[in-house]
Design a binder for this molecule. Structure first.
Ligand SMILES: Nc1ncnc2c1ncn2[C@@H]1O[C@H](COP(=O)(O)OP(=O)(O)O)[C@@H](O)[C@H]1O
Ligand SMILES: [Mg+2]
Length: 216
C-alpha cells in the first residue's frame, strides 16, 4: 500500500512548533517530498469554525468534556477530509498539534479522565494515529516568555490558553512527557531550549530515517 507519513508537533505555548513546522516543511520540499502543513484545531473550513469557539478569548466557557467533544468533532473531519486523502496520495502531512494536545490539555490540564479521552478517540478516529510525533519540551517560564512576546507583537486574540495559570502549564508539560513515555515508539521528545537551527536539523534527520523506510 502506497501511503505517506503523518507527523505531528506537540508541546506547550511558545515551544517552537510553528517555527519548526515551517523549517521542516521547507527542508522536505527541497528534497522532493510533497508536504502538506496543517494545524489543530482546524484544517478544514468546519474545524476552523470550531477553532474560533475554542481558542479565542470570548469563544465560550466550555466544560472539559464539551471542549473535548468539539475538538474531536473538528479532528474527525480533519482526518477524513484532509489528512487521509493526502496520505493516500503518498504525501507527508505535518500537523501543528493533534490528539496529544487534547490528552495534555483536557486530561492532564483540566482533569478529564484519560480513559474517557481514549474512548472518544477510538470512536472518532478508530486506530488512526500519527506515524511520528515530536514533543517540543521547554521549561514553562521560557515557553510563556516566548509566547508572550509573540502575542504582544501580533496582538492576537487567540490567547485563551496562554492566560491559564502557571500550575496549569506545569501539568501540561508533565502531561506531554508522560504521553511520550507511554508511547515511546511514536513520540520523540525534543529539547526545545536549543537554537532553532539545531532543533531543525535534529528533527529533519529523524523524519528522513522514517521517510526512507516508509516511502522508499
Ligand atoms: N529554539 C528557539 N529559540 C529561541 N526562540 C525561539 C525558538 N523557537 C521559536 N522561538 C521563538 O519563540 C516564539 C514562539 O515560537 P512558535 O514557533 O510560535 O511556538 P509555538 O508555535 O509552539 O507556540 C517565536 O517568537 C519564535 O520566533
Ligand atoms: Mg504556534
Amino acid at each position: 500500500m502506497s501511503r505517506g507519513i503523518f507527523i505531528t508537533l506537540e508541546g506547550g505555548e511558545g515551544a517552537g512548533k510553528t517555527t519548526q513546522i515551517r523549517m521542516l516543511a521547507t527542508a522536505l520540499q527541497q528534497q522532493g517530498y510533497q508536504v502538506i502543513v496543517t494545524r489543530e484545531p482546524g484544517g478544514t473550513p468546519e474545524a476552523e469554525k470550531i477553532r474560533d469557539f475554542l481558542v479565542k478569548r470570548d469563544g465560550g466557557n466550555w466544560t472539559p468534556m464539551a471542549e473535548c467533544l468539539l475538538l474531536f468533532a473538528a479532528r474527525q473531519m480533519h482526518v477524513e477530509h484532509l489528512i487521509k486523502p493526502a496520505l493516500a496520495d503518498g504525501k507527508i502531512v505535518i500537523s501543528d498539534r493533534f490528539a496529544d494536545s487534547t490528552r495534555a490539555y483536557q486530561s492532564f490540564g483540566h482533569g478529564l479522565p484519560l480513559d474517557t479521552i481514549e474512548e472518544i478517540n477510538r470512536l472518532a478516529l478508530g486506530d488512526f494515529a500519527p506515524d511520528l510525533t515530536f514533543i517540543l519540551d521547554l521549561p514553562v517560564p521560557e515557553g510563556l516568555a516566548r509566547a508572550g512576546e509573540r502575542l504582544s507583537a501580533a496582538s492576537s486574540q487567540e490567547d485563551r490558553f496562554e492566560r491559564l495559570g502557571r500550575d496549569f502549564h506545569e501539568r501540561l508539560r508533565q502531561g506531554f512527557l508522560t504521553i511520550a513515555r507511554r508511547d515511546a515508539e511514536r513520540c520523540r521528545v525534543i529539547d526545545a531550549t536549543r537554537g532553532i537551527e539545531e532543533i531543525a536539523r535534529d528533527m529533519l534527520s529523524q523524519v528522513q530515517l522514517d521517510a526512507q523506510r516508509k516511502l522508499a
